[in-house]
Design a protein around this ligand. Structure first.
Ligand code: ADP
Ligand code: MG
Length: 322
């Protein structure tokens, strides 16, 4: 079992940012509206994620660390209609096989439980504070997989990846109050007031804030909302185009093309826009089960969605200049 976990860990837990991503997804799935992430040494020394979500019931605690233990999928039908961010039930199992994990959780505001897990086994447990929610502390990441540790880049690069992931979560979940601290210094802080333009101002700087145009529209299958920056705020790469499907950050070449097409001739050659776009659709139309990290997706009726996105951006930008 431990070997299988380590193999799976290689796919799910590539670097500190992967741990942050999985833990924050779990916090979001648990219905939290406040999520705090604290890292030391870009997460290699420690990553602590705390939330005010549902908590984990005492009897479910050992299950949470088990492989393919998910509380989110019950039937085959569920697998093709995924509404939560997690569903494979392998993140916690993988993380506990490559680090020392402490879990503190409370499901009912009365009594909390603390467990420490090492080599995928619970080595200590006790009662703890009683505030509804969960805190997971991951220490000494990759201590038992030196090869993986070697693969990790500079602390600067790794912290950049963590920041990046937190920025995207903040944009896809503007109703959640996110905090990211590195060595006690605040890197990101959002209010959770639901205003995407304010989150984007936090992430991309205040100068862009007044140049963000709202887009919103739908077809039978897709609903698209978001904010697109006016073409004076271009960037040298595609990194500033964030696409979300049902709240999940995704990458899709054709949809990126559709965004660029929306800017038409307004973009100088080799320059890319700043946008954050969320697509709401029937989960049955999107296959997120392509890769363990769930970032690449397959879409049904892609041309319909591309046309919608291109047209919405065109209208938004032209409407402005008319
Ligand atoms: P998945 O998210 O794919 O279900 P994980 O390994 O990430 O699998 O988590 C396993 C289970 O542990 C989840 O299904 C959930 O029941 C529980 N869990 C993990 N983190 C939290 C959290 N922050 N709050 C509540 N429950 C959690
Ligand atoms: Mg998960």
């Amino acid at each position: 079992i431990q070997l299988a976990n380590k193999i799976a860990a290689g796919e799910v837990v590539e670097r500190p940012a992967s741990v942050v991503k999985e833990l924050v997804e779990n916090a979001i799935d648990a219905g939290a509206d406040t999520i705090t992430v604290k890292v030391r040494e870009a997460g290699l020394q420690s990553i602590a994620v705390s939330d005010n979500g549902s908590g984990i019931q005492e009897e479910d605690i050992p299950l949470a660390f088990g492989r393919h233990a998910t509380s989110k999928i019950h039937t085959n039908h569920d697998l093709f209609h995924i509404r939560t961010l997690g569903f494979r039930g392998e993140a916690l199992a993988s993380i506990t096989s490559v680090s020392r994990v402490t879990l503190k959780t409370c499901a009912d505001n009365t009594v909390g439980h603390m467990v420490k897990v090492e080599n995928s086994e619970i080595i200590e447990e006790s009662l703890t504070r009683a505030k509804k929610g969960t805190e997971i502390i991951v220490e000494d990441l990759f201590y038992n997989t030196p090869a993986r540790l070697k693969y990790v880049k500079s602390l600067h690069t790794e912290l950049g990846k963590i920041t990046d992931i937190m920025n995207r979560f903040a944009m896809s979940h503007s109703h959640i109050r996110f905090t990211l601290q590195s060595e006690d210094k605040t890197v990101l802080q959002t209010s959770g007031n639901g205003k995407l333009n304010e989150v984007m101002a936090q992430v991309y700087g205040l100068t862009i804030a007044r140049d963000l145009v709202a887009i919103s529209g739908e077809t039978g299958d897709y609903k698209v909302t978001g904010r697109v920056a006016r073409p004076e705020h271009t960037r040298a790469n595609r990194h500033y185009m964030s696409l979300f499907i049902n709240g999940r950050y995704i990458k899709n070449f054709m949809l990126t093309k559709a965004i660029i097409a929306g800017y038409h001739t307004l973009l100088p050659i080799g320059r890319y826009p700043v946008v954050a776009i969320d697509i709401t659709m029937d989960p049955g139309l999107v296959d997120v089960n392509v890769h363990p990290t769930k970032q690449e997706v397959r879409l049904s009726k892609e041309p319909e969605l591309m046309t919608l996105i291109t047209n919405l951006i065109k209208e938004a930008l032209l409407g402005e200049s008319l």
